[in-house]
Design a protein around this ligand. Structure first.
Ligand code: SF4
Ligand code: SF4
Ligand code: SF4
Length: 257
Protein backbone atom coordinates (compact mmCIF):
# COMPACT_ATOMS: atom_id res chain seq x y z
CA UNK A 1 0.00 0.00 0.00
CA UNK A 2 1.16 3.55 -0.74
CA UNK A 3 2.40 5.55 2.21
CA UNK A 4 1.75 9.21 2.87
CA UNK A 5 2.54 12.01 5.28
CA UNK A 6 0.27 14.61 6.86
CA UNK A 7 2.15 17.80 7.82
CA UNK A 8 0.21 19.91 10.32
CA UNK A 9 1.95 23.27 10.12
CA UNK A 10 0.11 24.57 13.20
CA UNK A 11 2.33 22.25 15.28
CA UNK A 12 5.72 23.23 13.87
CA UNK A 13 7.98 25.26 16.23
CA UNK A 14 10.80 25.75 13.71
CA UNK A 15 13.40 23.76 15.66
CA UNK A 16 14.88 22.36 12.40
CA UNK A 17 15.49 18.94 13.93
CA UNK A 18 14.00 17.47 10.75
CA UNK A 19 16.45 19.43 8.59
CA UNK A 20 19.43 18.15 10.58
CA UNK A 21 18.31 14.52 10.78
CA UNK A 22 17.67 14.51 7.02
CA UNK A 23 21.20 15.72 6.37
CA UNK A 24 22.56 13.13 8.78
CA UNK A 25 20.65 10.20 7.34
CA UNK A 26 21.54 11.18 3.78
CA UNK A 27 25.19 11.84 4.69
CA UNK A 28 25.18 15.37 3.31
CA UNK A 29 28.01 17.66 4.33
CA UNK A 30 27.52 20.94 6.16
CA UNK A 31 27.65 24.01 3.92
CA UNK A 32 28.53 27.64 4.65
CA UNK A 33 25.31 29.59 4.67
CA UNK A 34 23.93 33.07 5.39
CA UNK A 35 21.13 34.41 7.55
CA UNK A 36 18.61 36.15 5.30
CA UNK A 37 17.34 38.54 7.99
CA UNK A 38 14.70 36.17 9.35
CA UNK A 39 14.79 32.72 10.92
CA UNK A 40 15.22 30.84 7.61
CA UNK A 41 18.60 29.21 7.16
CA UNK A 42 19.81 28.21 4.59
CA UNK A 43 17.78 30.66 2.49
CA UNK A 44 16.19 27.96 0.31
CA UNK A 45 16.18 24.28 -0.62
CA UNK A 46 19.39 23.32 -2.37
CA UNK A 47 21.32 20.28 -3.56
CA UNK A 48 22.78 19.83 -0.05
CA UNK A 49 19.51 20.19 1.80
CA UNK A 50 16.59 17.91 0.88
CA UNK A 51 14.27 19.48 3.41
CA UNK A 52 14.14 22.98 4.70
CA UNK A 53 12.22 25.00 7.29
CA UNK A 54 11.05 28.37 6.04
CA UNK A 55 9.95 31.17 8.39
CA UNK A 56 6.91 33.14 7.26
CA UNK A 57 5.34 36.17 8.91
CA UNK A 58 1.80 37.27 8.05
CA UNK A 59 -1.03 39.28 9.56
CA UNK A 60 -4.41 37.94 10.61
CA UNK A 61 -7.18 39.86 12.42
CA UNK A 62 -4.80 42.75 13.09
CA UNK A 63 -2.06 40.69 14.72
CA UNK A 64 1.09 38.95 13.48
CA UNK A 65 0.98 35.26 12.58
CA UNK A 66 4.23 33.35 12.47
CA UNK A 67 4.47 30.10 10.55
CA UNK A 68 7.22 27.63 9.84
CA UNK A 69 6.88 25.75 6.57
CA UNK A 70 8.61 22.44 5.88
CA UNK A 71 9.66 22.22 2.24
CA UNK A 72 10.61 18.97 0.49
CA UNK A 73 9.53 16.89 -2.51
CA UNK A 74 5.78 16.18 -2.40
CA UNK A 75 6.18 12.73 -4.00
CA UNK A 76 3.32 13.26 -6.45
CA UNK A 77 1.03 10.32 -7.22
CA UNK A 78 1.79 10.78 -10.91
CA UNK A 79 4.95 12.89 -10.95
CA UNK A 80 5.62 15.33 -13.77
CA UNK A 81 9.37 15.05 -13.09
CA UNK A 82 9.37 11.30 -13.82
CA UNK A 83 7.23 11.79 -16.89
CA UNK A 84 9.61 14.42 -18.28
CA UNK A 85 12.74 12.34 -17.65
CA UNK A 86 13.70 10.80 -21.02
CA UNK A 87 15.84 8.03 -19.49
CA UNK A 88 13.68 6.86 -16.57
CA UNK A 89 16.02 8.16 -13.85
CA UNK A 90 13.03 9.23 -11.71
CA UNK A 91 10.35 6.69 -10.79
CA UNK A 92 7.23 6.57 -8.66
CA UNK A 93 7.43 3.48 -6.46
CA UNK A 94 4.53 1.41 -5.17
CA UNK A 95 5.13 2.47 -1.56
CA UNK A 96 5.00 6.17 -2.40
CA UNK A 97 8.54 7.58 -2.80
CA UNK A 98 9.61 9.08 -6.12
CA UNK A 99 13.16 7.74 -6.39
CA UNK A 100 16.16 8.83 -8.44
CA UNK A 101 18.79 6.55 -10.03
CA UNK A 102 21.83 8.70 -10.69
CA UNK A 103 23.50 6.10 -12.94
CA UNK A 104 20.73 6.70 -15.49
CA UNK A 105 20.74 10.51 -15.33
CA UNK A 106 22.13 12.39 -18.34
CA UNK A 107 21.83 15.83 -16.74
CA UNK A 108 19.20 17.25 -19.13
CA UNK A 109 17.35 18.85 -16.18
CA UNK A 110 13.87 18.41 -17.70
CA UNK A 111 12.70 17.25 -14.28
CA UNK A 112 13.56 20.68 -12.88
CA UNK A 113 11.45 22.37 -15.54
CA UNK A 114 8.56 19.93 -15.17
CA UNK A 115 8.15 19.99 -11.38
CA UNK A 116 5.31 22.40 -10.48
CA UNK A 117 6.70 22.71 -6.95
CA UNK A 118 10.25 23.73 -8.04
CA UNK A 119 11.82 20.91 -6.03
CA UNK A 120 14.68 19.14 -7.91
CA UNK A 121 18.03 20.87 -7.49
CA UNK A 122 21.23 20.44 -9.49
CA UNK A 123 24.78 20.07 -8.21
CA UNK A 124 26.07 22.99 -10.28
CA UNK A 125 29.43 23.06 -8.54
CA UNK A 126 30.35 19.43 -9.31
CA UNK A 127 32.26 18.09 -12.31
CA UNK A 128 29.77 15.22 -12.56
CA UNK A 129 26.56 16.78 -11.26
CA UNK A 130 23.40 14.91 -10.30
CA UNK A 131 19.88 15.98 -9.48
CA UNK A 132 19.11 16.10 -5.77
CA UNK A 133 15.79 15.99 -3.92
CA UNK A 134 14.11 14.31 -0.96
CA UNK A 135 13.98 10.54 -1.34
CA UNK A 136 11.07 10.07 1.15
CA UNK A 137 13.67 7.87 2.86
CA UNK A 138 12.69 5.04 0.50
CA UNK A 139 15.23 2.65 2.00
CA UNK A 140 13.88 3.31 5.52
CA UNK A 141 10.30 2.78 4.35
CA UNK A 142 11.36 -0.49 2.68
CA UNK A 143 12.74 -1.56 6.08
CA UNK A 144 9.47 -0.56 7.84
CA UNK A 145 11.08 2.49 9.41
CA UNK A 146 9.65 5.99 9.59
CA UNK A 147 11.42 8.67 7.46
CA UNK A 148 14.29 10.30 9.36
CA UNK A 149 12.72 13.79 9.53
CA UNK A 150 9.45 12.45 10.95
CA UNK A 151 11.23 10.27 13.50
CA UNK A 152 13.05 13.34 14.85
CA UNK A 153 10.20 15.85 15.06
CA UNK A 154 9.49 16.59 18.76
CA UNK A 155 6.00 18.05 18.21
CA UNK A 156 4.39 15.46 15.96
CA UNK A 157 4.07 18.01 13.15
CA UNK A 158 4.24 15.12 10.66
CA UNK A 159 2.48 11.79 10.83
CA UNK A 160 3.30 8.89 8.53
CA UNK A 161 1.06 6.02 7.48
CA UNK A 162 -1.21 4.72 4.75
CA UNK A 163 -1.93 7.51 2.29
CA UNK A 164 -5.72 7.19 2.58
CA UNK A 165 -5.52 7.25 6.39
CA UNK A 166 -3.43 10.43 6.28
CA UNK A 167 -6.02 12.12 4.10
CA UNK A 168 -8.83 11.02 6.40
CA UNK A 169 -6.90 12.29 9.44
CA UNK A 170 -6.48 15.65 7.71
CA UNK A 171 -10.22 15.91 7.03
CA UNK A 172 -11.06 14.83 10.60
CA UNK A 173 -8.79 17.51 12.10
CA UNK A 174 -10.40 20.22 9.98
CA UNK A 175 -13.91 19.07 10.95
CA UNK A 176 -13.10 18.65 14.64
CA UNK A 177 -11.42 22.07 15.00
CA UNK A 178 -13.63 24.75 13.39
CA UNK A 179 -11.66 27.93 12.74
CA UNK A 180 -8.28 26.39 13.48
CA UNK A 181 -7.39 25.38 9.92
CA UNK A 182 -8.21 26.72 6.47
CA UNK A 183 -10.59 24.29 4.79
CA UNK A 184 -8.01 22.93 2.38
CA UNK A 185 -5.63 19.97 2.49
CA UNK A 186 -2.77 21.06 0.25
CA UNK A 187 -1.70 18.03 -1.78
CA UNK A 188 -5.08 16.30 -1.78
CA UNK A 189 -5.82 17.51 -5.29
CA UNK A 190 -2.85 19.58 -6.48
CA UNK A 191 -1.19 17.98 -9.52
CA UNK A 192 -3.60 15.05 -9.19
CA UNK A 193 -2.63 14.41 -5.56
CA UNK A 194 0.63 14.02 -3.67
CA UNK A 195 1.96 11.70 -0.96
CA UNK A 196 2.87 14.63 1.31
CA UNK A 197 -0.16 16.71 2.35
CA UNK A 198 -0.44 19.85 4.48
CA UNK A 199 -2.79 21.50 6.96
CA UNK A 200 -2.43 25.20 7.76
CA UNK A 201 -4.01 27.91 9.89
CA UNK A 202 -3.54 30.54 7.17
CA UNK A 203 -4.17 30.43 3.41
CA UNK A 204 -1.51 28.44 1.58
CA UNK A 205 -0.70 31.32 -0.75
CA UNK A 206 0.47 33.32 2.30
CA UNK A 207 2.96 30.54 2.98
CA UNK A 208 4.51 30.60 -0.48
CA UNK A 209 2.79 27.42 -1.72
CA UNK A 210 2.04 27.36 -5.42
CA UNK A 211 -1.76 27.58 -5.36
CA UNK A 212 -2.14 27.81 -9.14
CA UNK A 213 -1.35 24.14 -9.73
CA UNK A 214 -4.32 22.47 -11.46
CA UNK A 215 -6.17 19.67 -9.68
CA UNK A 216 -5.20 17.13 -12.31
CA UNK A 217 -2.21 14.99 -13.13
CA UNK A 218 0.41 16.98 -15.00
CA UNK A 219 2.42 14.48 -17.08
CA UNK A 220 0.14 14.80 -20.13
CA UNK A 221 0.42 18.59 -19.99
CA UNK A 222 4.19 18.33 -19.56
CA UNK A 223 4.60 16.19 -22.63
CA UNK A 224 2.21 18.31 -24.69
CA UNK A 225 4.59 21.18 -23.95
CA UNK A 226 7.84 19.27 -24.45
CA UNK A 227 6.62 17.71 -27.71
CA UNK A 228 6.52 21.22 -29.18
CA UNK A 229 10.29 21.48 -28.93
CA UNK A 230 11.57 18.15 -30.33
CA UNK A 231 14.67 19.71 -31.84
CA UNK A 232 15.66 21.13 -28.48
CA UNK A 233 15.14 17.73 -26.86
CA UNK A 234 17.43 16.12 -29.40
CA UNK A 235 20.15 18.69 -28.92
CA UNK A 236 19.91 18.50 -25.13
CA UNK A 237 19.92 14.71 -25.12
CA UNK A 238 22.91 14.47 -27.41
CA UNK A 239 24.78 17.17 -25.48
CA UNK A 240 23.86 15.53 -22.16
CA UNK A 241 24.89 12.08 -23.34
CA UNK A 242 28.15 13.42 -24.74
CA UNK A 243 28.93 15.28 -21.50
CA UNK A 244 28.11 12.17 -19.49
CA UNK A 245 30.29 9.95 -21.71
CA UNK A 246 33.20 12.37 -21.57
CA UNK A 247 33.08 12.81 -17.81
CA UNK A 248 32.76 9.02 -17.27
CA UNK A 249 35.71 8.43 -19.59
CA UNK A 250 37.69 11.07 -17.68
CA UNK A 251 36.80 9.46 -14.38
CA UNK A 252 37.89 6.05 -15.64
CA UNK A 253 41.11 7.51 -16.93
CA UNK A 254 41.72 9.16 -13.55
CA UNK A 255 41.16 5.82 -11.84
CA UNK A 256 43.52 3.99 -14.21
CA UNK A 257 46.20 6.61 -13.63
S1 SF4 B 1 7.20 17.43 -6.17
FE1 SF4 B 1 8.32 17.71 -8.10
S2 SF4 B 1 10.18 16.49 -7.81
FE2 SF4 B 1 8.70 15.80 -6.27
S3 SF4 B 1 7.60 14.07 -7.24
FE3 SF4 B 1 6.37 15.92 -7.63
S4 SF4 B 1 7.10 16.60 -9.65
FE4 SF4 B 1 8.66 15.18 -8.87
S1 SF4 C 1 11.74 11.89 3.99
FE1 SF4 C 1 13.94 11.51 4.31
S2 SF4 C 1 14.96 12.50 2.59
FE2 SF4 C 1 12.85 13.33 2.70
S3 SF4 C 1 12.98 15.16 3.96
FE3 SF4 C 1 12.48 13.49 5.32
S4 SF4 C 1 14.48 12.76 6.06
FE4 SF4 C 1 14.88 13.98 4.25
S1 SF4 D 1 11.39 18.85 13.56
FE1 SF4 D 1 9.13 19.19 13.57
S2 SF4 D 1 8.83 21.03 14.87
FE2 SF4 D 1 11.02 20.96 14.32
S3 SF4 D 1 11.14 22.23 12.46
FE3 SF4 D 1 10.88 20.10 11.75
S4 SF4 D 1 8.67 19.87 11.46
FE4 SF4 D 1 8.96 21.72 12.73
Amino acid sequence: MAKGVLVDLTKCIGCRGCQISCKGWNEMSAQKTVMAGDLTNPPRLNAHCYTHIRFQEDEKEGGPVWSFVKDQCFHCKNPACASACPVGALKKTEKGPVTYTFERCIGCRYCMLACPFYIPKYEWEKVVPWIRKCTFCSERIAADLVPACIKTCPTGTMIFGELDDMLKEGRDRITANPGKYVDHIYGEKEAGGTSWMYLSAVPFEWLGFNTRIPAKELPDLTWAYIAKIPAVIGVVLVAGAATWAITRRNQNMDKEE
